[in-house]
Design a binder for this molecule. Structure first.
Ligand code: ATP
Ligand code: LTN
Length: 328
């Protein structure tokens, strides 16, 4: 039997090349080797305020992006989180075994809650428990994510191990898959931050659906550093980031790239990088138009039906092990 993958993205904002290079690309590459489940995590999205009509639209748009990126619905299961209510149910169970202290240590809560504990939503605080439920419901072996999710994955592992120890084995303990290159694409405007959907500066991120002109403009405006040589040097994060994107978009090796740009300036690098990104994105941007809403809904419905069977079996086992039973 194939080992399982689970991963997901939130239907908020617009997907950027960081999401693609850190996560989606690996979902596509690994989908046939594993039995893969790719979820649109709308229940995670509501941990911050969302406009209902926009959220509805973005949910379907994200399915379109999964497909255009190369996730094959004949191979992988694609579904919407809220279509499988077991996610919320298992999250409740896990919230009873998770500890305040371990959630307090989650850095994403501190970032997204903007340090204001009094006003931050409780859902934002317990967000990593829902993520653990997502993963553990499917007896997942591998979770391909970007580096920012590493801490959440560690919590998922801890919760699985704790439950298995206290009540008997119900869960596979999942491993993260964080790619060696591309797991932390940085903001084009501030290399101290990761590229993020929620960055208020639109020049910080290249979105998967950006027009070629916009891509070129954003890259032209990207901050660089005071050096002049174009080499992979981690102590110069801005140039390192641009070169990493170039490497992943062209498939050229670091050595080839350094030789290619020897004696050339930042302007030259930016022009070639923009061309490479536009070229890379072209087939994806064409494919996105291929999927109409009816077709997407059909895929998502089928996906949810398949996911629900596995999710229910895990939840029944969990309830049985804990002595949670209804009237018979
Ligand atoms: P953001 O922080 O960009 O607002 P998010 O992390 O909340 O978004 P999701 O859509 O849930 O966004 O993320 C999908 C995947 O993209 C996750 O696996 C995440 O680790 C990955 N990811 C997000 N930002 C980056 C980045 N800058 N570099 C690499 N991977 C990233
Ligand atoms: N927390 C993730 C999204 C997410 C996820 C998951 C990723 C929710 N559930 C399960 C992998 C597996 C994020 O914010 N990027």
């Amino acid at each position: 039997m194939k080992r399982r993958i689970f991963s997901g993205a939130q239907p908020t904002g617009s997907l950027h090349i960081g999401n693609y290079l850190g996560a989606l690309r690996n979902w596509v590459d690994l989908q046939s080797e594993y039995e893969s489940f790719y979820c649109i995590v709308n229940l995670h999205a509501i941990t911050l305020p969302q406009d209902p009509a926009t959220l509805r639209q973005k949910t379907l748009d994200l399915a379109r992006i999964y497909l255009a990126a190369g996730i094959d619905p004949e191979v992988s299961t694609i579904f919407i989180q809220s279509d499988v209510s077991e996610h919320a149910e298992l999250a409740w169970v896990l919230s009873s075994i998770a500890r305040m202290g371990e959630l307090e240590r989650m850095t994403q809560f501190k970032d997204k809650g903007k340090g204001n504990r009094e006003r931050a939503g409780v859902g934002l605080f317990t967000y990593p428990i829902l993520m653990a439920a997502d993963i553990l419901l499917y007896q997942t072996h591998l979770v391909p994510v970007g580096k920012d999710q590493k801490q959440h994955l560690e919590l998922s592992r801890d919760l699985a191990e704790r439950f298995n120890r206290d009540y008997g084995t119900a869960f596979v303990v999942p491993d993260p898959f964080i790619p060696p290159v591309g797991a932390n694409i940085l903001s084009l405007q501030d290399p101290a931050k990761k590229m993020s959907k929620s960055d208020e500066n639109p020049n910080a991120s290249i979105f998967l659906l950006d027009e070629p002109d916009t891509i070129a403009k954003k890259i032209k405006r990207a901050v660089t550093d005071s050096g002049t040589t174009i080499v992979f040097d981690e102590s110069r994060p801005a140039i390192h980031n641009l070169l990493t994107i170039y490497h992943l978009m062209t498939g050229k090796s670091a050595n080839e790239i350094e030789v290619h740009f020897q004696g050339k300036g930042y302007g030259h690098l930016k022009t070639e990088l923009a061309e490479a990104v536009v070229e890379f994105m072209k087939p994806f941007q064409e494919r996105v138009k291929d999927f109409d809403d009816a077709h997407l809904n059909e895929i998502l419905k089928k996906g949810a039906a398949k996911a629900r069977i596995i999710a229910r079996a895990t939840l029944d086992d969990v309830y049985t092990k804990m002595g949670v039973v209804g009237a018979t």
